[in-house]
Design a protein around this ligand. Structure first.
Ligand code: NAG
Ligand code: NAG
Ligand code: NAG
Ligand code: NAG
Length: 552
């Protein structure tokens, strides 16, 4: 019994629904139009977290703090079904790097404390070659039913990314396209038959002065074909240009491939993607403008029938970064509306070493510095809203409806009983609404519609749906204020009170005021269906570790 048994799981678990019958994902995964589906055609929404393994040490972070089995189990218990596990190209192409042991890798970097911690928490891995340690992490995730996307993050191990780090685009100092295809082929081959490896991201965040569309098609096609022929089971995930913020060119010219049903596009979207615009501008205006731009540069691929995996987004989870906080409200609105697959940046509580700082704490990380507790349980609760799918491929009994989503809390409007006010609750427990051409919001299979009763009063359900206060329109630049006109001509917006009950108030922050945060008044009418979904997976890994023990 190691000391790690003192690292208890967080109590929020009690609020997560634990279905009695766990639906099982039938791997491998495929694409069906914009959806990622399993072998039975059921939607599998990728709700991943990034677990970096591409920094100088070339070891998955955190293993000096907790056993791999413990971390893997925690990932599942936090509601994630998948990890985007990064790797540097040289791990696959440089034999003398790949064969360094974990201990030697830490030693050459002078990370003696990491060796001691690693020895204590993962004794069976400390003398494994780096490549076997990477496999052991994949295996630890498999043991805990977590799917893995292998992400080629850069070439030369280290923190990513800058435009001039030599890793940005084909032809850069460390980015030889042929070597890259070789490395992809090796990784694809190595994980062939490892069922929990469901996808490969070909290259993270293409960027820099050399980037151009012509070479993108030339090499992405080569990389994609190489991966598919070495391992036809994996989803082939391709990134756009400009730090993976731009896929607009794909709309004009398709990426031609010999295979179908496996191609997924990935895109990144952070608050800082737009500098400090969220803090210096009015959130309504910035959200409207940025969403329009995100749609144009990639979101529209969904409408064209391609899956879009937002493989990096995240915020400072201390909640102290105004830019991040405002961005996150807007992100949540679009993420629910489009119901795309995603990977949060990041799992990491602290790094072995990053940018020269030993033990650097990661405030974007789900776990705290010692990789033991959840950094911010309210953040985790909120993100759980996006872990379950809202929709899926068309099925005859899909019963399309709407839910009314509140991005700032990650909750939806629910009606518990006639004796209780309309309030917010978990979206899977939301009532089914319909949004009629007359712009009334009617609770399906009832005569009730959502009505405003005057500023400061609770929102209510009425039955005379032609009355003033029954017609709801999405207004403001963000289109996320739900407003209605009362009998006396005043306009109010849907809002929440301090107990998360639904109220209506004067609409706030509609003018371009950058001091004003409209977050509590942002709602999204989101498409939903009642299709059966498979957030939980059960897999068995048949990975041969070449004599390495499982760390569990
Ligand atoms: C391969 O890795 C070794 C060990 O890290 C390093 O010394 C060497 O420079 C690398 N070679 C290349 C070509 O990157
Ligand atoms: C968690 O996030 C919320 C919302 O951003 C913030 O108010 C709170 O202070 C954070 N808690 C911790 C422990 O950082
Ligand atoms: C929601 O569903 C409606 C009706 O089927 C459709 O017209 C609309 O495009 C959908 N919206 C999104 C964002 O998928
Ligand atoms: C969806 O709703 C229909 C009609 O109410 C029902 O027959 C069907 O069983 C539901 N499907 C799921 C998966 O809940």
């Amino acid at each position: 019994m190691g000391k790690f048994f003192f690292c208890f799981f967080f109590s929020f678990l009690s609020i997560l629904p634990l279905p009695l019958l766990k639906p099982v994902v039938a791997l491998p995964l495929y694409t069906n139009s914009r959806w990622i589906v399993d072998e039975d055609g059921a939607r599998v929404k990728l709700a991943c977290v990034n677990w970096p393994s591409h920094l100088e040490a070339v070891v998955a972070e955190g293993l000096s703090k907790q056993p791999v089995a413990m971390i893997s189990k925690k990932i599942g218990s936090m509601g994630f079904n998948c990890v985007r596990l990064t790797w540097p190209l040289f791990l696959a192409t440089n034999q003398s790097l790949a064969s360094l042991t974990v201990r030697q890798s830490f030693q050459r970097l002078g990370l003696l404390e990491s060796i001691a911690g690693f020895q204590a928490n993962n004794p069976s891995m400390v003398d494994l070659p780096l490549i076997s340690a990477y496999q052991a992490v994949v295996s630890g995730l498999a043991d805990n039913n977590v799917m893995v996307i292998l992400d080629n993050h850069l070439s030369k191990p280290g923190w990513c990314c800058s435009s001039f780090d030599g890793n940005g685009f084909f032809g850069d100092q460390y980015f030889n396209p042929d070597l890259w295809v070789q490395g992809l082929t090796r990784m694809a081959t190595m994980f062939r038959g490892v069922t929990n490896v469901v996808g490969m991201s070909l290259r993270n965040e293409l960027r820099g002065p050399k980037q151009n569309v012509k070479d993108w098609y030339r090499y992405m096609q080569k990389g994609a074909e190489a991966v598919h022929s070495a391992n036809p089971d994996v989803l082939v995930i391709v990134s756009g240009l400009s730090y993976d913020t731009d896929l607009s060119f794909v709309l004009k010219q398709e990426l031609e491939l010999t295979f179908t049903g496996k191609l997924v596009f990935e895109m990144h979207w952070y608050g800082f993607t737009d500098g400090s615009a969220w803090e210096t501008g009015s959130p309504n205006q910035v959200c409207g403008r940025v969403v329009e731009s995100v749609m144009r540069r990639g979101g529209v691929l969904l409408e064209k029938g391609w899956p879009l995996f937002v493989s990096e987004f995240g915020v400072d989870q201390r909640g102290t970064n105004v830019n991040d906080n405002r961005y996150l409200n807007c992100f949540f609105g679009l993420a629910a509306e489009l119901d795309f697959d995603w990977a949060l940046w990041t799992l990491v509580g602290s790094y072995y070493t990053r940018e020269g700082v030993i033990g650097l704490e990661e405030f974007y990380g789900l776990l705290n510095w010692n990789w033991c507790e959840v950094r911010n349980s309210s953040f985790l609760q909120r993100i759980s809203a996006l872990q379950s799918p809202f929709q899926g491929p068309d099925l005859s009994d899909a019963r399309p409806h709407k839910v009314i989503f509140h991005p700032a809390t990650g909750l939806c409007i629910v009606w518990k009983s006639v004796f209780e006010p309309l309030t917010l609750g978990p979206c899977p427990e939301s009532d089914a609404w319909s949004y009629t051409p007359q712009k009334t919001l009617i609770m399906k299979e009832t005569y009730f519609c959502l009505q405003a009763d005057g500023p400061g009063n609770p929102g209510k359900l009425g039955i005379i749906c032609t009355e003033p206060g029954s017609k709801w329109e999405s207004i403001s630049d963000s289109k996320m204020h739900l407003s209605t006109k009362l009998g006396d001509g005043t306009t109010v917006c849907l809002d929440i009170d301090s107990s998360n009950n639904i109220v209506t108030n004067a609409c706030k922050c509609l003018s371009g005021d950058n001091k004003c945060d409209p977050g509590s008044q942002w709602f999204k009418i989101v498409n939903a269906t009642n299709i059966s979904t498979r957030p939980l997976i059960q897999i068995s890994s048949n990975l041969d570790l070449n004599g390495a023990e499982h760390a569990s």
